[in-house]
Design a protein around this ligand. Structure first.
Ligand code: CO8
Length: 261
């Protein structure tokens, strides 16, 4: 059931093939300290390793998805501390998950919180969500992907304005800019994330993995490489029983019963 009482900074559970991770450091608006990041990545990997899980939902609280990396933990670090420790190295593993991850964002998603949301595949935002990369106000810059993923998501000029001024944007602006998949009323955020997660988790798991990998290639490689990997993955789907079943079900006008899910 993936409930694990040893976690101190997150809550986990699984239901209907969807794994849930709720960041749970309310006293610090879910600031991402090392302990929280370690637990988050460990829990996400445990879901990813379980073929009974077809989607992962990451949420915060009503007030904050995550208000950034933990400033108090970083304040006294030197260059050599950061260089040797690489405190967020484990986020690399988060980026390599095969299972689709849905960020359900209410309240603040700032700095590392915005970067964490951008490491997810789908971002559902409550109408209360606030996004931004305010690191410049602290005398640093984004360090876990903000300067790279934000321009890809919302364009070079809007990203530059946010990163250089540190201003935040509300959910409606984030949606217009293309940073969020969809806005939902705050009270329905988790229910909607559950619907999206369960919808994905009902598909063929190997095909979902392939679709996620191809979408990732769009963000991380050239168009030529992305098109080549898409073609390879598309062709490979024809080796699966789930392709046979999916297309047979369409012909027979019935719901497909995917075997690998
Ligand atoms: N780190 C640590 N503690 C935090 C953080 C944070 N990022 N954000 C909030 N808190 C704490 C506050 O200090 C406060 O604690 P206390 O009650 O002990 O004083 C508690 O959470 C509640 O916060 P506030 O009282 O400030 O709540 P408000 O509603 O007044 O304000 C804000 C909410 C606007 C979100 C405000 O808390 C804020 O500005 N937070 C900081 C936002 C920010 O600058 N984020 C970027 C952080 S830097 C970063 O993410 C870099 C990532 C890359 C690192 C790469 C390393 C390799």
């Amino acid at each position: 059931d993936h409930e694990n009482t040893e976690y101190r900074n997150i809550l986990t559970r699984a239901e209907n093939r969807v794994g849930y991770i709720a960041l749970n450091r309310p006293e610090a608006l879910n600031a991402l300290n090392r302990a929280l990041v370690g637990e988050l990545v460990t829990a996400a990997r445990a879901f990813d390793d379980d073929p009974g899980i077809g989607a992962i939902v990451v949420t915060g609280s009503e007030k904050a998805f995550a208000a950034g990396a933990d400033i108090k933990e970083m304040a006294d670090q030197s260059y050599v501390d950061m260089f040797l420790d690489d405190p967020f190295a484990r986020f690399g593993e988060f980026g390599r998950l095969r299972t689709p991850v849905i960020a359900a964002v209410a309240g603040y998603a700032l700095g590392g919180g915005c970067e964490l949301a951008m490491m997810c595949d789908i971002i559902l935002a409550a109408d209360t969500a606030v996004f931004g990369q305010p690191e410049i106000n602290l005398g640093v810059i984004p360090g876990i992907g903000g300067t790279q993923r934000l321009p890809r998501a919302i364009g070079a000029y809007k990203a530059a304005e946010l990163v250089l001024t540190g201003r935040t944007m509300a959910a409606d602006e984030a949606e217009r800019a293309g940073l969020v998949s969809r806005i939902v009323p705050a009270a329905e955020l988790l229910a909607e994330a559950t619907r999206v997660g369960e919808t994905i988790a009902a598909k063929s798991l190997p095909v979902v993995y392939a679709a996620k990998a191809a979408l990732r290639a769009a963000q991380e490689t050239t168009l030529a490489q992305g098109l080549a990997s898409e073609k390879q993955a598309f062709t490979s789907a024809f080796a699966l029983e789930d392709q046979t079943e999916g297309m047979a079900a369409f012909r027979d006008k019935r719901t497909p019963q995917f075997r690998h899910r």
